[in-house]
Design a protein around this ligand. Structure first.
Ligand SMILES: *Cc1c(COP(=O)(O)O)cnc(C)c1O
Length: 507
């Protein structure tokens, strides 16, 4: 391989001599995205992986374009044209939010400066800003001055981190062997709890789920029974994971009752009580709500809390944090490396966040939240979240009154789980596949994107409302589209529905 012009790569290095090129490239990129956003009339193009894959496969990575504009033109084709746009009011699927502009500014700044928050000598002020935001979040939770925490890549990592600390505490106190450790969560808890248990080397039976009530909240009586059963079986309950905002239903487990049970239970050792982790990946937006903060009452009694700013604080991915009531427990994640954080630094009080994190090199994601708070303030963020919660309540009323649909439960947050119910007759038994089909057909059209889930073994559709720009008219329009797709499926197949083999063509 030959390099025709030695030194040709130097203009791409970001430094004092290339700031003009940086400015132009950033402006061109910003303009390109702005143009896309301005013109996007649907949340998705409906492209299939089969159609897009060859475009990406055809790019010759050995032959660079030597030009930002040309690369952006190409990017239009391989990415921007067919990306899924969460800012669009008819994106109603997952827990992805539209993002606020101060956070986008933060993203641009943090990647250009490229601080790494593992050690003070790779970030300086970034470390202190992150610490202030942890302190601020802990204050909103209602933790005392001993609280601490760290930013993470997402709720999955935050949950893993919290459960690692709980496991180490259980081990330190009770010396419990991993196979005897149990984690109790509700049947609506997030799958990352199970994943964390696996990664932590707990046994396959480590995660025990207890039943929920009709509103999909953990039943305290069921938790009490399970705590008791574990104690009698000689098992050590290492943590109870309560969810403040379940992914499907937005339900919030009864935190005060659960905290009482955890406190009262012997769990680890004799007097310690059981570690309570609150997974508020979704519900954390309530921390800044002026109208609904009370829904999180009891969260201040947790030992650890997961928050996902990239879900209900309108922050770009990634931005999450794990917080603990007693900062001293974070030592369980600390390791000393001679090259990174020698003891001398600790003795001199140099703040090295790597001592608290599972990661080493780590993005300065906190800057996005910092600029958001400094430009907009917490009330404004809470207002945006309150608006989507209001909208979800209106959407619930709309669907509940619509005979074409049945709805599962009213969410205290912003989801809606429902299904199209074909009219009485032979089409009824096609309901499952009709809903599955409607979701796929809608996504393929690109007109809107909705999610799906299973309730009691049946297929349901799900809206997750996180965009204050989504109107009730948008919701009504998407419902009509879904009903249209589902009924078309039924009309095509109902005449054949007596033949059992055709009822599951889409499963
Ligand atoms: C989304 C979610 C998670 C996982 O968070 P990520 O940021 O996607 O890793 C965990 N718990 C709950 C309740 C969630 O909704």
């Amino acid at each position: 391989m030959t390099y025709p012009h030695a030194g040709a790569a130097r203009p791409y290095l970001f430094n004092d001599r290339t700031v003009e090129g940086y400015r132009r490239a950033m402006a061109a990129g910003t303009e390109r995205v702005a143009d896309r956003i301005r013109r996007a009339d649907r949340p998705f193009s409906g492209v299939s992986p089969e159609r897009l894959a060859p475009e990406i496969a055809a790019i010759d990575l050995e032959r660079p374009l030597h030009d930002h504009a040309a690369a952006l033109d190409e990017l239009e084709r391989v990415y921007l044209r067919d990306a899924v746009y969460f800012h669009h009011p008819r994106y109603l699927a997952h827990l992805n939010c539209p993002v606020v502009i101060p956070a986008l500014l933060g993203e641009a700044v943090l990647s250009a400066v490229n601080s790494s928050l593992d050690t003070w000598d790779q970030s300086a002020g970034g470390t202190l800003i992150e610490r202030r935001l942890i302190e601020w979040t802990a204050g909103r939770i209602g933790f005392g001055p001993a609280a601490d925490g760290v930013f993470t890549s997402g709720g999955t990592q935050s949950n893993l981190h919290a459960l690692l600390l709980a496991r180490e505490e259980a081990h330190a106190i009770a010396g419990a062997v991993p196979s005897r450790l149990r984690v109790i969560t509700s049947e609506a808890g997030h799958f990352s709890v199970r994943k964390a248990a696996n990664l932590l080397g707990l046994g396959p039976d480590a995660v025990v789920t207890v039943e929920t009530d009709a509103d999909r909240r953990m039943r305290p009586a069921a938790l009490a029974r399970e705590l008791d059963r574990c104690r009698r079986a000689g098992l050590v309950v290492m943590a109870v994971v309560a969810t403040a905002g379940t992914t499907d239903f937005g339900s919030i487990d009864p935190l005060p009752e659960i905290a009482d049970l955890c406190k009262k239970s012997t769990g680890v050792g004799e007097a310690a009580g059981v570690w309570l982790h609150v997974d508020a990946a979704y519900g954390c937006g309530l921390l800044v709500s002026r109208r609904r903060r009370h829904l999180l009452d009891g969260i201040e009694r947790a030992d650890s809390v997961t928050v996902d700013f990239h879900k209900s604080f309108f922050q770009p991915v990634s931005s999450s944090a794990v917080l603990v009531r007693d900062g001293a427990v974070l030592r369980h994640a600390a390791h000393h490396a001679d090259y990174l954080n020698p003891r001398r630094m600790a003795e001199r009080g140099i703040p090295n966040q790597v001592d608290k994190s599972l990661q080493t090199t780590r993005r300065f994601d906190a800057l996005k939240l910092w600029l958001t708070l400094r430009v907009m303030g917490p009330d404004a963020v809470g207002e945006l979240f309150d608006e989507v919660v209001d909208r979800a309540a209106q959407a619930y009323a709309l669907v509940a009154a619509d005979p074409r649909f049945e709805v599962v439960a009213k969410s205290p947050l912003s989801t809606l789980v429902f299904r199209y119910l074909p009219p009485e007759g032979p089409g009824r038994k096609l309901a499952d596949d009709a809903n599955l089909y409607a979701r796929e057909a809608l996504a393929a059209s690109g007109d809107a994107v909705v999610a799906g889930t299973t309730v009691d073994g049946r297929h349901y559709l799900k809206f997750t409302l996180l965009n204050p720009e989504t109107t009730l008219d948008d919701v009504a329009h998407v419902l009509d589209l879904l009903a249209g797709h589902a009924q078309r499926y039924v009309d095509d197949l109902a005449p054949l529905a007596d033949h059992p083999e055709v009822t599951h063509v889409h499963s």
